[in-house]
Design a protein around this ligand. Structure first.
Ligand code: PA5
Length: 471
């Protein structure tokens, strides 16, 4: 691995010799998966050379990242808050990186909030809570045509106009496609500040572009280090041969559990502060990239699930151990935590004294090992991933690692990991229902389709028929 980053990827608990119960990968199956992976990498590289796939270039946009960091430092002289408007790939990466490097507790810049929902009961109070005179707003939409983000933006502009009058434009940054979409038209018409989303980088692969870098830099995250970690991972991927290559190895393992011995669910069990937000980012990456129909009409995909250690040991672990054998597990943790506290010896009973004087981390680590041990005893396939440090380099490298693994597994599955036709269809229907011009036919077709649905509603309360008392 590169000089500055350290990871431990442990695949021993998917190996046939270590896993009883028949779900381990034997040598011939692994060779078959590796062969598919090699072919897939060649295909993606061709797409990359043709300029169709852009995420591998992002770690090297260092000049752009420096400029973004400079802009952010200038903004922080005037503003105390940054509010991100966006959804899906325009929001999840920012939140994942921010929390992974320490979140609010480690903040060095403006206070960051990410509004990725239009639930009025969340969004309106969030907007109201912002001191608009001291708030800069980053509205992010690659397409510039997502109804949720458009609605957030319109409401935010109204709030800005109310607070600062004609100066509202100075508070606004739009991050969007260089040419297409409503956001780009607004930038041109109103002369707004904007950054570009590279057209060949899809939303969920865009965290290392201005989509993530602008808000993260404003919040004080060292974005050049984020890219430097990702660049080191890219170099490991490009220059490490065969089974020593962690990206190819992981892609082969997950391809096996997607295609050869399909496990319909992948569970990420995270042990460490901030990692559950990374798991949220991964969930979108995995679900939206791999959940597809092939050209021949067959479906593929693996449901990504999240569990937080140790909390969910007491909620989900029972199912994972004794329930259906339809899952592959990925355990993720930091190698080193930050806090050092120990448990005092409270006496009373052996169950308490056993803990006395021991670092709390020893218990956390024992729980991690214990859960893996229990699942392993039940014959479940498990991958362990340990991240050297809780900092920008490591987080950038880890996200880039997963972008590659996802792209390769998608290519192996015979689908396009970079599109999202299902999401687009949902967006179109929502816009049609909101009365978008030109979408009247879509709306009519949808309404006719649902008109025939017989609803089985159960109401309790004033509208419900009065019940007769049983005698
Ligand atoms: O990954 C994706 O492409 C999607 O999840 C998008 O990020 C999401 O739908 C938001 O799209 P946009 O950035 O165009 O508003």
């Amino acid at each position: 691995m590169g000089d500055g980053i350290r990871f431990r990827f442990d695949f021993s608990l998917v190996g046939e010799s270590n896993l009883h119960g028949g779900d381990g990968i034997g040598a011939p199956a692994f060779r078959a998966a590796m062969w598919k992976v090699d072919k897939a990498v060649q295909e993606i590289e061709k797409k990359h050379e043709r300029g169709e796939v852009g995420f591998p270039d992002l770690p090297f946009l260092v000049k752009e990242a420096r400029a973004i960091a400079r802009d952010a430092s200038a903004l922080s002289k005037e503003y105390t808050h940054i509010l991100v408007l966006g959804i899906g790939g325009s929001a999840l990466g920012t939140r994942a990186v921010y929390e992974a490097v320490g979140g609010e507790a480690a903040r060095r810049g403006m206070k960051l909030s990410v509004a990725d929902n239009v639930d009025p009961d969340e969004f309106i109070p969030l907007l109201r809570a912002h001191p608009m005179k001291r708030t800069v707003v980053a509205a992010i939409s690659k397409s510039g045509g997502t109804a949720e983000t458009n609605a957030q933006l319109s409401m935010t502009i109204a709030a800005l106009k109310k607070a600062v009058g004609p100066q509202w434009k100075e508070h606004l940054i739009l991050i969007t496609d260089p040419v297409k979409g409503v956001f780009r038209r607004m930038v041109v018409a109103e002369g707004l500040k904007s950054y570009l989303v590279p057209p060949n980088v899809g939303g969920r692969f865009s965290v290392l572009s201005p989509v993530g870098l602008v808000p993260l830099a404003a919040a004080g995250v060292r974005v050049e280090r984020l890219l430097s970690g990702a660049a080191q991972m890219e170099s490991v991927f490009l220059h490490t041969k065969g089974t020593d290559n962690p990206v190819r190895f992981a892609a082969a393992v997950y391809t096996h559990y997607l295609l050869q011995n399909p496990k319909h669910i992948q569970v990420w069990f995270t042990y460490g502060a901030g990692l559950s937000r990374v798991a949220e980012w991964w969930q979108q990456l995995w679900a939206e990239s791999l959940g597809k129909k092939r050209k021949d009409g067959t479906s593929v995909g693996q449901t990504p699930a999240r569990a937080v250690g140790v909390t969910d040991q007491h909620s989900q672990a029972q199912l994972y151990q004794d329930g259906p054998s339809d899952k592959v597990f990925t355990f993720v943790r930091w190698m080193k935590g930050r806090e050092r506290g120990s448990v005092p010896d409270a006496g009373f009973a052996p169950a308490m004294t056993m803990l006395g004087g021991r670092p709390l981390r020893d218990l956390f680590d024992a729980e991690f090992e214990g859960t893996i041990g229990a699942l392993w005893s039940a014959g479940r396939p498990i991958v362990r991933m340990e991240i050297g440090e809780r900092n920008e380099e490591h987080v950038g490298a880890f996200l880039h690692f997963w972008e590659w693994v996802t792209a390769i597994v998608g290519e192996c599955a015979g689908i396009d990991p970079f599109d999202q036709p299902g999401v687009e269809e949902g967006k179109k229907i929502a816009r049609a229902l909101m009365g978008e011009k030109g979408s009247e036919k879509r709306r009519q077709a949808f309404e006719e389709r649902v008109a025939g649905i017989r609803r089985a509603e159960i109401r309790i309360g004033e509208d419900a028929p009065a019940r007769k008392r049983r005698r």
